[in-house]
Design a protein around this ligand. Structure first.
Ligand code: CO8
Length: 256
């Protein structure tokens, strides 16, 4: 399928790589960009075990496309089709790694925070500079940032619109690892291959249980974890995992 705003590749038949490709506008996320990302995820093959979302070596995404934003009013924003694309990304069951280099701002940072793991090149700059445009984050930027970085750091970033370098973002728990810029993709692929070698059933149960902590209180999340845990105990992959351990070989997980 041909896409206008993204490039799509499959590595080793089970890792999907989506590269945002709008270099002239620093990969700004127009509606079509989000639509294409959502479409690729929705139509991806069952064989895919992990996704890497990147903007390439220079920039992840400098936010929502300000040209679209300029003509958008409150009513359009309430009924915005973009919401359904964000929802598709949020609800995707398999792990998504954000491989971030360069600017990761506004909607771009919100997109990275929709991912499950953020690997950052040392050139990256993170921020929610919406305040500089007289608006505020609208795709989870106030909620996911505070869960990652805590109140004071979030207030500082969102109220001043200032950028954080990669090391600062890591110190504030926004990113998992900071690596030299030329190795961001290499490291992300390394992690994706490890995830791809695990039981897909267990992987999606873990993702679902961890994300439940965003929506529920501790008690409800613990109950949900228990249900998913029981499910993994009943799986064929559990039998295979333990058998392989005892036979001192690599497991061959089927996602059953
Ligand atoms: N949208 C559209 N175009 C952009 C964007 C953007 N977000 N960011 C950069 N560009 C364009 C510039 O206009 C410029 O184009 P041109 O060459 O034609 O003039 C080109 O990319 C390069 O940009 P600069 O010349 O500014 O490059 P610098 O290296 O000097 O600066 C920055 C890079 C710091 C990234 C700077 O471009 C910048 O501050 N960009 C805007 C960042 C920003 O404010 N992002 C938040 C946007 S709002 C948002 O994401 C949330 C909105 C939620 C609602 C969504 C509804 C649609």
């Amino acid at each position: 399928m041909a896409y206008e705003d993204i490039k799509v590749e499959v590595e080793n038949q089970n890792i999907l790589i989506i590269t945002i490709d709008r270099p002239k506008v620093y990969n700004a996320l127009r509606t079509n960009t989000l639509k294409e990302i959502a479409e690729v995820l929705t139509t991806s093959s069952d064989d895919i075990r992990c996704v890497i979302l990147t903007g390439g070596n220079k920039v992840f995404a400098a936010g929502a496309d300000i040209n679209e934003l300029e003509v958008k009013g409150a009513i359009e924003s309430i009924n915005d089709v973009r919401t359904s694309y964000w929802e598709t990304i949020k609800e995707f069951k398999k792990p998504i790694i954000a491989a971030v280099n360069g600017f990761c701002l506004g909607g771009g940072c919100e997109l990275a925070m929709h991912c499950d793991i953020i690997i950052s090149g040392d050139s990256a700059q993170f921020g929610q500079p919406e305040i500089n445009l007289g608006i505020m984050p609208g795709a989870g930027g106030t909620q996911r940032t505070v869960r990652a970085m805590g109140k004071s750091n979030t207030m500082l970033a969102l109220l001043t619109g200032s950028f954080m370098d990669a090391k600062t973002a890591q110190k504030r728990n926004l990113v998992s690892e900071v690596v030299p810029v030329e190795t961001t993709m290499i490291r992300s692929l390394e992690i994706a291959r490890i995830i791809a070698s695990k039981s897909p059933f267990a992987v999606s149960a873990i993702k679902s249980a961890v994300l439940a902590s965003y929506d529920n209180g501790l008690n409800a999340s613990l109950k949900y974890e228990k249900t998913l845990f029981s499910g993994t105990l009943a799986s064929v992959d559990k039998k295979e995992g333990i058998k392989a351990f005892k036979e001192k070989r690599k497991p061959n997980f089927k996602g059953q």
